[in-house]
Ligand binder design. Structure first.
Ligand SMILES: Nc1nc2c(ncn2[C@@H]2O[C@H](COP(=O)(O)OP(=O)(O)OP(=O)(O)O)[C@@H](O)[C@H]2O)c(=O)[nH]1
Ligand SMILES: [Zn+2]
Length: 295
């Protein structure tokens, strides 16, 4: 690889990628159509100027977190060790969005944790209560108030690459600013390097943590489309279905309204949370609709 440098994508802005290498950072473009790149992707680049380069090669990924509908694929991050889905009781939370985030993590094979921000707000108690369902499924809950103390989260981050995802207004920026002392400066640096103007809140970027490890911030989302998943992916992404595998009357049961369905029976007894099953059902319907539209 003469003249080439190995690096990692640390910020994405449209078709520009800021790549960090042992020899500094480069504002990069891809050569031709190589498919998208995400924050955290490893690449080989060839400098074309002091701080400009072309991406010559995308290196294999350990994993990729993304969302997609029929028209767009939105890459969130690659090569991450864990995803923190940030929630808060205010503004009013959307459990459907939380489920979609978790399904995306399961499908990508990335461990997910749930941050419950704004514990200083009295509305938090019922939300935290509701989230016990998720704790029972094995998703750790991390309650904290980003405004006053981020220590409960900090302990999870050292030495790993993590990404924060979540709805708009849950406090992701507040968390990043508290965890990364130079976050504001880093953001400005990135904006200058990529020439994007001062406030690029709509883009994904990677920050280095003082204790080692990296934190990727992603733009607040209203929805999380999962057009890339098929029926089998969906079923596999609900951990509460796993102990029931093979117990439905029909081997190809979709757990929607089939007689003798073990999942539906578990919803009736409360062993599977009805709200979770509803999220599953909504995702199945979307899948069917997409298949119909496509025909
Ligand atoms: N009460 C309370 N408010 C908080 C806390 N953390 C953040 N907020 C507030 O929540 C609002 C949204 O915080 P941001 O950090 O901008 O949220 P965000 O998730 O980055 O939002 P987007 O930029 O839209 O993605 C701000 O008014 C914060 O001051 C907290 O621990 N307690
Ligand atoms: Zn079934």
């Amino acid at each position: 690889m003469t003249g080439r440098l190995a690096g990692r994508v640390v910020a994405v802005h449209g078709r520009h990628f800021l790549v960090e290498t042992g020899a500094g950072r480069y504002d990069c473009v891809t050569r031709g159509k190589k498919g998208g790149l995400a924050c955290g992707d490893r690449v080989e680049i060839k400098p074309t100027g002091v701080d400009a380069a072309v991406i010559e090669k995308n290196l294999p990924r350990d994993n990729l977190l993304y969302r997609s509908d029929r028209f767009h694929t939105k890459l969130l991050a690659a090569n991450v060790d864990q995803v923190f889905v940030v929630t808060a009781a205010v503004p009013s939370p959307d459990p459907g969005l939380l489920d979609r985030c978790l399904v995306a993590c399961e499908a990508a094979g990335i461990p997910a944790r749930i941050v419950v921000n704004k514990t200083d707000r009295p509305e938090t108690a019922p939300w935290l209560e509701r989230l016990q369902t998720y704790a029972a499924l094995g998703y750790p809950l991390i309650p904290l108030a980003a405004k006053t103390d981020v220590a409960p989260l900090a302990g999870w981050l050292a030495g790993r690459t993590s990404i924060l995802v979540g709805a708009s207004g849950v406090g992701k920026s507040t968390l990043v600013n508290a965890l990364v002392p130079e976050a504001e400066i880093a953001t400005q640096d990135i904006s200058e390097a990529l020439d994007t103007g001062k406030h690029t809140t709509t883009h994904t970027r990677l920050y280095h943590l003082p204790e080692g490890g990296a934190l990727i911030d992603s733009p607040g989302m209203q929805e999380f489309a999962l057009g890339h998943l098929d029926q089998a992916d969906l079923q596999a992404a609900f951990p509460e279905f796993r102990p029931l595998a093979g117990q439905c009357r029909f081997y190809n049961c979709r757990h929607l309204r089939e007689p003798g369905c073990a999942v539906l029976a578990a919803v009736e007894t409360g062993a599977v949370a009805r709200a979770r099953w509803r999220s599953y059902e909504a995702l199945c319907r979307e899948l069917d609709k997409a298949a119909k539209d496509y025909r």
